[in-house]
Design a binder for this molecule. Structure first.
Ligand code: PLP
Ligand code: LYS
Length: 418
């Protein structure tokens, strides 16, 4: 029987039912600690923002806080969750390309430390609203560096026509934005943010981003006399989903970023003091697995299906991005993998396939199928399609499990309905 952090998958399934999201807590802790350890520099003050969109719940935010991380939130809901665990608001960075008035007011009321302004209209609106703030708000502007990191087209974000950020080509407008924030005694303009995509394997993409960012910072200094403090490079660090994935080891990618930034600072004689990164996936993906119970199996002329008690409602990524995953039959880990299966969910949708063409031992109803690396953008992108309740989430550490999110009931699901 396969175990997670010292607990058997059978015991987890028997105790908490399936589908069940399970995180190995020590793996989460290790990732947080590694990021904080390796992203340190003698040249720059550094900060690691946990991108909570990857998996936002109270307990993961408590862990991020425990490791001294900063926090990237992108909505009122993510900010509210941070507020519920008293996450220090000076370490919160509020993103979003279409923040509502209510969200901007909420950010001010909560005392959020930094707002990452996405566009010129937002800059105008927020500049006015900030005048009601009783604390000074730090501002970063998201710029679009025009870098196309080679990843799925839905998850690249820095290409030239991206919906995110302001193009570097709109220099005059950017300068105007900076000046208005500088003139406002409730705001301080700190610098630029960029994010070039997700699940990036190529460290040259980060190096290219840094060169562009520092080039632009230099341009601001030279052409406009604006000296900037902060460069936020975004997230995008890859995780290992299957054997085909080979992410750059964390020490190496951190060193590349820090060395490239230092070389840029030296070469261009810029005055950047603070360097930030925003990992989401790379912190939570590999620590998470989903346990399903197999139901019926079906043979078609060309396929062997094994159906599970969840699917695209708890993991939309295969349907949305053709994302690949690996899996095992947890209770048959001593048996040879002789059958090629398609693991399909129970949703009323042909595309509800979790994994295609995976070799497993012969499956039957009641088998426990574990899908690995589901910790990022699984629960956070889950839906109620077909009115499937959201699974429970447990953290396991040293052979002991604790529930961090209860399983939804049918009653929960219709609680708001009239
Ligand atoms: C602005 C921003 N920061 C951070 C992240 C986190 O990215 P990842 O989960 O790939 O590290 C994202 C998502 O891609 C993002 O859009
Ligand atoms: N949700 C995406 C990544 C997008 C991250 C946010 N910009 C995924 O599952 O891979």
């Amino acid at each position: 029987m396969i175990e997670i952090a010292g607990m058997s998958v059978k015991e987890l399934a028997d105790t908490y039912q399936t589908p069940l999201m399970v995180y190995d807590e020590n793996k989460l802790r290790q990732k947080m600690s590694d990021f904080m350890h390796y992203f340190q520099s003698d040249t720059f003050e550094t900060g690691v923002l946990y991108a909570s969109k990857a998996f936002s719940c109270k307990e993961i935010l408590r862990l991020a806080n425990e490791y001294g991380m900063c926090l990237d939130v992108v909505s009122g809901g993510e900010l509210y969750t941070a507020g519920q665990v008293n996450f220090p608001m000076e370490r919160v960075y509020f993103h979003g390309n279409n923040k509502s008035l209510a969200e901007m007011k909420m950010a001010i009321e909560y005392g959020v430390g930094t707002i990452i302004v996405d566009n010129l209209q937002e800059a105008q609106v927020f500049n006015e609203l900030a005048k009601n703030s009783d604390h000074v708000i730090h501002i970063l502007l998201r710029i679009n560096p025009g870098i196309d990191a080679h990843t799925h087209k839905y998850i690249v974000t820095g290409h030239v026509d991206s919906k995110f950020g302001v193009s570097m080509l709109q220099e005059e407008e950017i300068v105007r934005v900076i000046k208005t924030f500088d003139e406002n005694e409730h705001t301080v303009f700190e610098g630029f943010h960029a994010h070039i995509g997700s699940q990036i394997f190529d460290k040259n993409a980060f190096a290219a981003e840094i060169k562009k960012m520092f080039g632009f910072v230099k341009k601001m200094e030279e052409d406009h006399g604006i000296v900037l403090n902060t460069v936020n490079l975004g997230g995008g660090f890859a995780a290992t989903y299957t054997d085909a994935d080979a992410p750059i080891p964390l020490p190496e990618v951190c060193a590349t970023i820090l060395d490239t930034a230092k070389a840029q600072q030296d070469e261009r004689q810029t005055h950047v003091k603070k360097l930030l990164i925003e990992p989401g996936r790379s912190i939570v993906a590999e620590a998470g697995s989903t346990i399903y119970t197999a139901g019926f199996t079906k043979q078609t002329p060309n396929k062997n299906y094994v159906f599970v008690d969840g699917g695209m409602a708890d993991n939309i990524r295969p349907a949305l991005y053709q994302a690949a995953y690996d899996a095992d039959v947890a209770n048959k880990d001593d048996q040879p993998k002789t059958v090629t299966y398609t693991i399909a969910g129970k949703c009323c949708e042909s595309g509800d396939l979790l994994i295609e063409g995976i070799k497993l031992p012969p499956c039957q109803a009641g088998d426990l199928i574990i899908v690995y690396t589901t910790g990022a953008y699984g629960y956070s992108m889950a839906s109620h399609y077909n009115k499937l309740p959201l699974p429970a989430v447990v953290f396991v550490k040293d052979g002991k499990a604790r529930v961090v999110i209860e399983r939804e009931s049918y009653e929960h699901m219709i609680a708001l309905e009239k």
